[in-house]
Design a protein around this ligand. Structure first.
Ligand SMILES: CC(C)(COP(=O)(O)OP(=O)(O)OC[C@H]1O[C@@H](n2cnc3c(N)ncnc32)[C@H](O)[C@@H]1OP(=O)(O)O)[C@@H](O)C(=O)NCCC(=O)NCCS
Length: 219
């Protein structure tokens, strides 16, 4: 079992640019601060009209990054909304390889787990053997993602959610705080699993499911 200290060992000294300056970005900034190999170079957001430097960090409009040589920087989209994270990634032409996964030191991640580019892993998370978390995901505080899970791009697993073994979660799906998905179940793309739900069967794409056991929410 490799912990995140060793995962973080794969990161070389890097000038990091965070895209997004909202609430989720604050938590990501805390992760960056735990890693001496990362230099927080800039935070860009549409809300910044002018470029200013404060405590060695540049704050600028998102258009600032279009003038940069992407190969000299690393990036992470620090935006909590899954659909907006996807839109921002698709609108910028930054190569996927320039997106860093950011992993808090107080996490336990199996040696055999794969973590995609631009994915953020918060404190207290456990990710077990042979699980794959793809790109631009958020695995939030104290979530447990058991063995052999397949977590697609832009998924958000919220605080204290538990995914049992061999669970599949489709692109863009949001698993709410404290939700549980029992083993060998599958949730489609762009679903929402309500806070506290217990998923005991498969669900297709674009559904919002709540309750114990989870059922599709009435429109
Ligand atoms: C499921 C969810 C998306 C529904 O949001 P919404 O569409 O705004 O729904 P509403 O708040 O209008 O509630 C509609 C109904 O569903 C019920 N409901 C909402 N969320 C529920 C949940 N998680 N479990 C059970 N019932 C729920 C409400 O009580 C309400 O019932 P009523 O019509 O009988 O009064 C939302 O409540 C939720 O759980 N989001 C996840 C939040 C989260 O975990 N965030 C973590 C961020 S890090």
């Amino acid at each position: 079992m490799k912990n995140s200290e060793e995962h973080r060992g794969t990161l070389s000294m890097s000038k990091l640019i965070l895209i997004g300056a909202g609430g989720h970005s604050k938590v990501v900034q805390d992760i960056v601060a735990t890693n001496k190999e990362l230099q927080l170079y800039a935070i860009v957001d549409e809300k910044y009209e002018q470029t200013v430097e404060k405590n060695g960090v540049i704050y600028a409009n998102t258009s600032y990054i279009k003038q940069l040589d992407y190969e000299s920087y690393d990036f992470c989209i620090a935006i909590g909304n899954n659909a907006i994270r996807k839109k921002v990634y698709e609108e910028l032409d930054i190569p996927l390889s320039r997106y860093k996964s950011l992993i808090h030191p107080r996490t336990v991640i199996s040696n055999s787990a794969k973590i995609g580019n631009g994915t953020v892993i918060m404190p207290g998370v456990v990710i077990n053997a042979d699980t794959e978390v793809q790109h631009h995901c958020i695995i939030n505080t104290n979530a447990v993602v058991e063995h052999d899970n397949r977590i697609s791009d832009y998924v958000h697993i919220s605080p204290n959610a538990t995914l049992s073994g061999v669970v599949t979660v489709g692109e863009g799906t949001h698993v709410g705080a404290g939700a549980t998905i029992i083993q060998v179940k599958s949730i489609g793309k762009w679903c929402t699993v309500g806070a506290g739900a217990v998923v005991v069967r498969d669900f297709g794409d674009n559904q919002t499911v709540v309750g114990v056991p989870a059922k599709e929410m009435k429109k």
